[in-house]
Ligand binder design. Structure first.
Ligand code: PHE
Ligand code: FE
Length: 283
């Protein structure tokens, strides 16, 4: 089994972080002194393993941005990354004890603040963890926050999330997050590559997502994607493929309200369903 982040706010288990440390917006300071040498070694091992798997599988944008994280040897200080991130795209990392309620999550994103879980998994969880930890959040998500297009998409998504909450449509919008930010694939000149954080922080799913004949890979279409349910306890059965990151940012300029109304009338699509006329993109 592999790293299996759950979508923010939908965990059925009690969260594992210490929420008594958090402020009313759920942010907390990174208790850096509390990390043990074993935990730094866990970070180093996870980082080295994932980085070795990237060539030929991760998107060229992700590979280009990863060095900006600057944290291959030890768990990084959020403030160090923030100095570089502020200069690059104006984003800031804020510590959180773990998963936070979706409206609070959307609000932080709309303010260009990205919540990062400050604890790291144990030695028993190198291949599988049920909640996002600092490795998933930093290694998976933060490199592309240095990319101007993805940076703007994430903020627009946060603002769109606040609006979806008012319209009672967060489940529909969360599927878009899942199939782009967490499990998105992108078409590049030399093949299909991963840009989603849930894939990029997983040792097993990274190769699976771009080479296995088992899952289907469909061109990302807004309505199809938002109707498609997803699995949080297994590799994905369906991946949605974009042509480039700019395609995501185009969603920011269209009003989703009429779309939500339409989608509410349509049936959901199962995680592994293939509709008539659909063809999986060959890899
Ligand atoms: N434009 C969308 C809306 O009107 C919000 C959104 C922006 C969604 C960016 C996804 C990404 O609700
Ligand atoms: Fe995530």
């Amino acid at each position: 089994m592999e790293v299996r982040p759950v979508v923010y706010g939908q965990s059925s288990r009690p969260p594992r972080g210490d929420y008594s440390r958090a402020a009313s917006d759920y942010t907390c300071t990174q208790n850096y002194a509390a990390y043990t040498e074993v935990e730094h070694a866990t970070w180093r091992q996870l980082y080295a393993r994932q980085r070795a798997l990237l060539p030929g599988r991760a998107s060229s944008d992700f590979i280009a941005c990863l060095p900006l994280l600057g944290a291959s040897e030890r768990i990084p200080h959020f403030e160090d990354i923030n100095t570089r991130l502020q200069a690059a795209t104006g984003w800031q990392l804020v510590g959180v004890p773990g998963l936070i309620p979706e409206v609070d999550f959307f609000r932080l994103l709309s303010q260009r603040r990205f919540p990062v879980t400050d604890w790291i998994r144990t030695r028993d969880e190198l291949d599988y963890i049920v909640e996002p930890d600092i490795f998933h959040d930093l290694f998976g998500h933060v490199p592309l926050l240095f990319h101007p297009v993805l940076a703007d998409y994430m903020q627009a998504y946060g603002a769109g999330g606040l609006k979806a909450a008012d319209l009672g449509a967060t489940e529909l919008l969360a599927r878009l997050y899942w199939y782009t930010i967490e499990f998105g694939l992108v078409r590049e000149a030399d093949g299909i590559k991963a840009y989603g954080a849930g894939i990029l922080s997983s040792a097993g799913e990274l190769a699976y997502s771009v080479t296995s004949p088992i899952p289907q890979r469909l061109p990302l279409q807004l309505e199809r994607t938002m109707r498609t349910r997803y699995r949080i306890d297994d590799y994905q059965h369906t991946y949605f493929v974009i042509d480039d990151l700019q395609q995501l940012l185009d969603f920011a300029s269209s009003d989703f309200a009429p779309l939500y109304d339409r989608l509410r009338q349509l049936p959901e699509i199962a995680a592994d369903e293939r509709l008539p006329g659909e063809a999986s993109i060959p890899v």
